[in-house]
Ligand binder design. Structure first.
Ligand code: 5IU
Length: 262
């Protein structure tokens, strides 16, 4: 039987996966599969960015530990913007330690990530006990966390996430379908439409940053490589007209997604 990859169909498969239900509802209502990577180091720069791009994104990806003037007012402002303009807060923390340490990194320290982030990235390298810890954090505490993405494949040149690695990562995700929303991958790494496939390494003009990052076009990322959500950083954040560029990426991303039949 043919697998149906339309968002309408996929939405029906997601009743037990709060993160994907939330994301797909946003994607469908705002008609966007764009996640912007806000790799900026001042809170005011991030807030200004969000004020320009909020209509075009389904998720805002952060690296909270690169911010130089972190404050709880900043988090409150982001939460207000996210609520009002409908996008999820995604902390790209790439957890990779033993479960206990991950639990502390999620709940404690300066950033208390689980208290505000709706989703995080988790490396599969430490084994699936990390995901079971993640599940406990989501279930047992009063958190903002809805789910995580497993990193099946990195976008960088020479990355070791090859051979058996993406496949084994998928096996971990299948054990925790309610807590894993999907994957960070370069090519769709599994044939299950109830997961979402997120991809960084997207830039319409440039092919690399000279520091290992590998970029390809939206068409390549969504149509050929069959990913669902494009993660775009510098192509948008360094643009002359940030708002126009976000709109351009969102429009191209969405049309590639909805014209794809599989
Ligand atoms: N990112 C990658 N590649 C990966 C993973 C995460 O680029 O494999 I996992 C992050 C890093 C950065 C964003 O925050 O996605 C991409 O930004 P640029 O579009 O500026 O390269």
């Amino acid at each position: 039987r043919a697998i149906c990859w339309s968002l309408e169909n996929r939405k029906l498969l997601l009743s037990k996966n709060p993160l994907n239900k939330h994301i797909i509802e946003i994607m469908m209502s705002k008609q966007t599969n764009l996640c912007v990577a806000a790799d900026l180091t001042k809170t005011s720069e991030i807030i200004e960015l969000v004020q320009k791009i909020h209509s075009f994104i389904c998720a805002l990806k952060l690296h909270i530990d690169i911010i130089e003037d972190f404050s709880w007012d900043f988090i409150t402002s982001l939460q207000t913007l996210a609520q009002e303009h409908k996008f999820v807060l995604f902390e790209d923390r790439k957890f990779a330690d033993i479960g206990k340490t991950m639990e502390l990194q999620l709940n404690k320290g300066i950033y208390k990530i689980s208290s505000w982030a709706n989703m995080v990235t988790v490396h599969s390298v430490a084994g699936d006990a990390t995901i079971s810890t993640f599940r406990e954090v989501v279930e047992n505490q009063n958190t903002a966390m809805e789910g995580c993405l497993l990193i099946a494949e990195l976008s960088t040149e020479g990355a070791l996430t090859r051979d058996f690695y993406p496949k084994e990562t998928v096996e971990f995700a299948k054990k925790y379908p309610n807590f894993v929303g999907g994957f960070i991958c370069q090519k769709r790494c599994h044939d299950d439409p109830s997961f979402l496939y997120w991809t960084p390494g997207v830039n319409q003009e440039q092919r690399g940053d000279g520091a290992g990052q590998q970029w390809r076009s939206i068409q390549q990322a969504v149509t050929q490589d069959k990913n669902d959500i494009i993660i775009v950083g510098r192509a948008i954040t360094s643009a002359q007209d940030v708002k126009a560029e976000a709109e351009r990426y969102a429009t191209a991303g969405w049309s590639s997604l909805i014209s794809r039949s599989d």
